[in-house]
Design a protein around this ligand. Structure first.
Ligand code: ADP
Length: 531
């Protein structure tokens, strides 16, 4: 190890201890005085032992070489004064005294060298620490990501106390105590932030931001609940999406990343990274709103086209039906009635009636004609995609989603977009049915199963008040709605779509409450049958 270390940071005062210059200057006169006493006085003691004071006086101010030199010089003076005083024929007692003095000097030198080595090691460690702190600080300050340094120790204590009270399911406990999340968020303290964070929050100085962090976290932000849950469950990291409130009260959508240290003591200083994605979210929402509007517009257009087409095409067979019915009546009114001719007219009535119903069925098929060549879809993936598309509506309403999806792919043959529309309709209807309820009571279960008898099944069950039994028959009729501003076409189109792919869509009330909508579709491949 080199004696010289590059100076990066001022050393802590404890490591800089050096003898004051005055005391250092005393070392030389002291050595000379001991030499004089030892050589020219007749004291019968081991005066030379006092030489150990010389390197001790210089302690901290000497390098390793300096210590060896000082010790060597003192040993030299001891031997010189021994030679001057006793010469060759020295008495054994004098030799012993000289040996004791040299041994004392040797031991002191070894101790000083050891002290010097540990002092250097400590200096090195201190400098490494300063360097690493310096590096951390410059990353913290200069990065363009928002960083918060926060104290989570009070939250940890409160969560530990909950565990001691016997709480094992944080989500259930938080659902039963709606104020809990806000109260725990209030225990997070911000210690420091970087410039990017000041900019993000619209603050002029750090003083406006440090302190309780709760005021920047909207209580309904899903991320804060998830952060607390991660901490409760002892997970060591969290990444998710949430909301942050600026000083001006504007709500931002942000990505949050936190690594929780293992050591509880270090929870006093946790770094929280934040990336503002409000702009991207807005674009995404605008896109989704445009998509929804397009879907609505195309549905209205389809309904219009459908009615016009039905009216137009059915007119002709209906005219024929009326005409043949009148002919039939005329044959029957004759005296005697011509039964055979009446029967022929009645047969024509039946034929034209059948044709009219075929036209209606074919025109209904127009609704799903868009996707001529169906894809092979995995229903479990479809569920994930639709939950992604409805993420904001679900989070905004605070509805919990419970999934029961198979591990094997649940393949069916249908158009991806059309099946997305079906599932979006079912989940949106469930959300509408749940909206009057408290957050904690809102629950949607989506399950996928099969194949059974060659069919895959998807069910959407909600915890709402269910369907009025009187309405059960009418739900799938076009234009049936119980909603203000509802169009009543959603379920009709869903059923037409599912049936066009060889499946069925049914609705019923679940015995344990809530509505259950289920559809089946033929399984698309050789997925093994479930018992
Ligand atoms: P809209 O949503 O425009 O009313 P839909 O065809 O999608 O049209 O739904 C028709 C009706 O079915 C709704 O108005 C509602 O009365 C009923 N309905 C649909 N889903 C549910 C549900 N999950 N719980 C209770 N009622 C429902």
């Amino acid at each position: 190890m080199s004696d010289r270390l590059p100076d990066i940071h001022p050393l802590s005062p404890a490591l800089q201890l050096q003898p004051p210059p005055l005391i250092r200057f005393l070392a030389l006169p002291l050595a000379l005085a001991i030499f004089a006493f030892d050589t020219f006085t007749n004291i019968q003691g081991a005066v030379a032992v006092l030489y150990v004071l010389v390197p001790l006086l210089l302690l901290g101010g000497l390098s390793r070489r300096g210590i060896l030199l000082a010790a060597g010089a003192c040993a030299g003076l001891t031997l010189l004064s021994f030679a001057l005083r006793h010469g060759i024929g020295a008495a054994p007692a004098a030799i012993l005294r000289c040996a004791i003095a040299l041994a004392a000097m040797l031991i002191t030198t070894l101790l000083l060298l050891r002290d010097h080595a540990s002092r250097l090691a400590l200096l090195q460690a201190n400098r490494e620490l300063s360097r690493s702190e310096h590096r951390y600080r410059s990353i913290f300050e200069q990065t363009r990501f928002s960083l918060f340094e926060q104290d989570f120790s009070a939250v940890r204590k409160a969560l530990d106390a909950l565990r001691r009270e016997g709480v094992t399911d944080f989500a259930a406990h938080a659902a039963a105590h709606p104020d809990l999340v806000g109260a725990l968020a209030g225990k997070i303290t911000t210690l420091a932030v970087n410039d990017a964070t000041l900019e993000l929050l619209g603050a002029r100085s750090e003083a406006e931001v440090v302190g309780p962090a709760g005021r920047f976290i909207p209580a309904q932000s899903p991320a804060i609940f998830q952060v607390l849950e991660a901490l409760f469950e002892g997970r060591n990291r969290f990444e998710g999406k949430g909301q942050l409130r600026t000083l001006a009260g504007q709500e931002l959508t942000v990505l949050v990343g936190i690594s929780f240290p293992e050591d509880a003591e270090e929870l006093k200083r946790v770094v929280v990274g934040i990336v503002d994605i409000t702009g991207q979210e807005r674009t995404q929402q605008a896109l989704m709103a445009a998509q929804a509007e397009l879907a609505r517009a195309s549905r209205i257009a389809t309904v219009g086209a459908l009615s016009a087409s039905i009216a137009h095409e059915v007119n002709q067979p209906l005219g024929a039906v009326v005409m043949n019915a009148q002919t039939c009546l005329r044959w029957l009114a004759q005296d005697p009635p011509d039964i055979a001719a009446a029967a022929r007219a009645a047969e024509r009535v039946a034929r034209d009636g059948k044709r009219a119903s075929e036209i209606v069925a074919r025109t209904r098929g127009l609704l799903v004609r868009d996707e001529a060549a169906p894809d092979v879809l995995d229903l479990a993936l479809l569920v994930q995609e639709v939950l992604g598309l409805l993420e904001r509506e679900i989070a905004g309403q605070g509805t919990s989603i419970v999934l029961d999806l198979p591990s094997d792919p649940a393949r069916v043959r249908a158009g991806r977009v059309e099946m997305q529309q079906v599932l979006i309709n079912l989940v949106t209807n469930a959300l509408h049915a749940l909206s009057p309820l408290e957050r904690a009571q809102q629950r949607i279960e989506i399950s996928v199963s099969g194949p059974k008898n060659g069919l895959m099944r998807l069910g959407v069950r909600d915890s709402g008040k269910g369907i009025d039994p009187a309405d059960l028959e009418k739900l799938f009729s076009p234009f049936f709605t119980t909603k203000v501003g509802g169009m009543g076409m959603g379920l009709a189109i869903c059923r037409a779509t599912v049936e066009a792919r060889g499946g069925q869509l049914v609705a019923r009330n679940h015995p344990e409450g809530g509505a259950l909508f289920e559809f089946t579709l033929p399984a698309a491949d050789e997925t093994p049958e479930k018992p």
